[in-house]
Design a protein around this ligand. Structure first.
Ligand code: ATP
Ligand code: MG
Ligand code: MG
Ligand code: MG
Length: 566
């Protein structure tokens, strides 16, 4: 490609709203252009980078035996109602209606759609295992879209889904994806770490995140350099017995809709109607399943009803005693609820009372309940121990000390087990002739986020420093005086042709610009290698080579220049 043909539009100034370096540089380099909050166009130069990331992702996914497909972005509400996530996913999901007033959403993820495919397509254990993936645009109506494509509303995700006949099979599929992800991030030249992770709204059992290490990251990771121990501190928060705040916020985040009170949202989730006078207690256990208690009328505890919702049809009422037993609550424990709280959230054995919680209108107010309830808190468990850690604290696995760092989540793999197949009644006929639920896994990569994450790891005062794997072009040939020197023009055109002939992705800067601004552009957009051709050097058959990542300028023979592009 020649710069005279390339759509290249670099900016001196970054938009004032851009906080992160990667966001500033991506806009300045003309990789992306903002359309609206969390909505970005990938301009031709940025598209080249995105495609390089996609290529590596596809390559490793294919090598791991996954097969590419493409599902619709628009999904019917009925599928999401089957799993209960139509309500549970909350305001992150963009809901839309068609001309017949039928409900749809713009897919934030595709577990429901793929499970629907599996239940009608995969009939026998002989067809398993299967792993299918797509590279596709997702929409999530993030509360705070920011940092450009790092936390966008519309973004590109690679999502894969595996189906196995049994748990042992799922573990094999999961391990393959773990390895594929490690290969992908290694090939992209990223410094990353795989950490144990919380399963969030996707749900399921085992889970790992792949985190790009960068100070700008939103996540805090605790790891032990002397062992394999590494976890997202978010995980510890969710499991911590004495920090209800994070768990409560996490649990209720997805039922927070602007139009509804939380009571109504939870009632919708449970598929029941509620009266105005009803007070509601949401109890949330560790695996993210809601256990909901309704407190009616005068808040008499005798009328407490408890329901468990983890999918459609799993709703049941229980007695106050059962609630107490489940959460090991002494008598009187539920007492204060009727007095001043609308919602009581219990995460594992911790308690948070929320009042005045009208979603969208007020920020939730948490009254963190302590010993007020007269309860014996259990011994903190190993995971919970990392909740308030500082660098140097002992690792929960007893092997050495913990370090803390920040990370950007670029990949996330989950063992879903039978969460979705059970909710959607997706079965196959097993070897014994009996119907069985699929053992599922799902595996996401933030393809567009990776570009921003990579820039957070590699930049300097002059701009982006792309690795060879992701760079929009492998090498820039800057022809100084292309329009006035026959010799420069001839040498540049020849080198350009030679590089292309050996398959090198070369950008020939043939613009009639000052050399300074040509160099500045090539540096800003992060091209890893640069050859400069000018009259002076050419007289001796020499050109100049410099690596974007640093190092001295070298004089090299024009004849050897091709070898510098690798
Ligand atoms: P986050 O914690 O950053 O909100 P997530 O845990 O909600 O991410 P997943 O459901 O695990 O996201 O989706 C798989 C991958 O998609 C994530 O690991 C991340 O790389 C990417 N991703 C998620 N949300 C966004 C977003 N708003 N913008 C860009 N990429 C995203
Ligand atoms: Mg998210
Ligand atoms: Mg996350
Ligand atoms: Mg995640």
């Amino acid at each position: 490609m020649r710069t005279s043909q390339l759509y290249l539009n670099t900016l001196k100034e970054a938009p004032s709203e851009a906080e992160l370096t990667s966001h500033k540089l991506m806009v300045r380099a003309g990789l992306i252009k903002k359309l609206g909050s969390g909505l970005y166009t990938w301009m031709p130069l940025g598209m080249r980078v995105l495609r390089k990331v996609e290529e590596i992702v596809r390559d490793e996914m294919n090598a791991a035996g996954a097969q590419e497909m493409l599902m619709p972005t628009i999904q019917p509400a009925e599928l999401w109602q089957e799993t209960g996530r139509w309500a549970l996913f909350g305001p992150q999901m963009l809901k839309i209606k068609d001309r017949h007033e039928r409900d749809f959403c713009f897919g934030p993820t595709h577990e429901e759609v793929i499970t629907d495919i599996a239940r009608s397509e995969l009939r026998s254990y002989k067809q398993l295992p299967v792993n299918m993936y797509q590279v596709q645009v997702k929409f999530r109506d993030e509360i705070r879209p920011r940092f450009g494509v790092m936390r966008a509303r519309e973004f590109v995700m690679k999502d894969a889904y595996s189906f196995d006949a049994d748990f042992a099979g799922l573990q094999v599929s999961y391990d393959k994806m773990y390895t594929a992800y490690s290969n992908i991030f290694t090939r992209l030249g990223l410094k990353f770490r795989a950490v144990a992770a919380d399963t969030g709204a996707i749900g399921g059992d085992g889970s790992h995140e792949f985190q790009v290490l960068a100070d700008a990251g939103e996540d805090i990771l605790a790891y032990a350099p002397d062992s394999d121990y590494a976890a997202n501190v978010e995980l510890a928060e969710a499991l911590a017995p004495v920090t209800p705040r994070a768990a409560a916020a996490e649990a209720l985040r997805d039922i927070d809709t602007p139009k509804q009170t939380t009571c109504e949202a939870v009632a919708e989730l449970m598929g029941i109607g509620i009266e105005r006078t009803v007070k509601l207690i949401a109890l949330v256990n560790n695996d993210g399943k809601f256990i909901v208690a309704l407190l009616r009328g005068d808040h008499s505890l005798n009328e407490v009803k408890l329901g468990k919702v983890s999918g459609v049809g799993e709703f049941r009422f229980a007695t106050e005693d059962e609630i107490r037993a489940r959460f090991n609550c002494p008598p009187g424990f539920l007492g204060p609820v009727g007095i001043d709280a609308d919602i009581l959230v219990v995460a594992d054995r911790s308690v948070a009372v929320m009042s005045d919680f009208v979603c969208g209108a007020n920020k939730p107010k948490f009254h963190i309940a302590g010993v007020n309830f007269g309860r014996d808190l259990p011994e903190p468990n190993a995971v919970a121990d990392i909740r308030n850690v500082v660098s140097g604290d002992p690792s929960p696995d007893g092997k050495g000390k913990l370090e803390l760092c920040r990370g950007i989540e670029v990949g996330h793999i989950f063992q879903l087990r039978t969460k979705y197949s059970e909710a959607m009644n997706a079965t196959f006929v097993g070897e014994d002739g009996q119907p069985k639920f699929f053992e599922m896994g799902c595996y996401g990569i933030g393809v567009s986020r990776i570009v921003a994450a990579a820039i957070e790891q590699n930049y300097d005062e002059r701009g982006i420093i792309f690795t060879q794997a992701m760079a929009p072009f492998a090498i820039a040939v800057v022809a100084v005086g292309y329009h006035r020197s026959e010799a420069v023009k001839a040498a540049a055109d020849q080198l350009y042709a030679d590089l292309k002939a050996v398959g090198v992705d070369v950008l020939l800067d043939d613009r009639n610009e000052r050399p300074g601004s040509m160099f500045a552009d090539m540096e800003l957009i992060g091209i890893p290698h640069r050859i400069t051709i000018g009259d002076k050097g050419l007289a001796d058959g020499m050109v100049e080579y410099v690596a974007r990542a640093g190092g001295e300028m070298q004089k090299v023979a024009l004849a050897d220049a091709v070898s510098f592009a690798r």
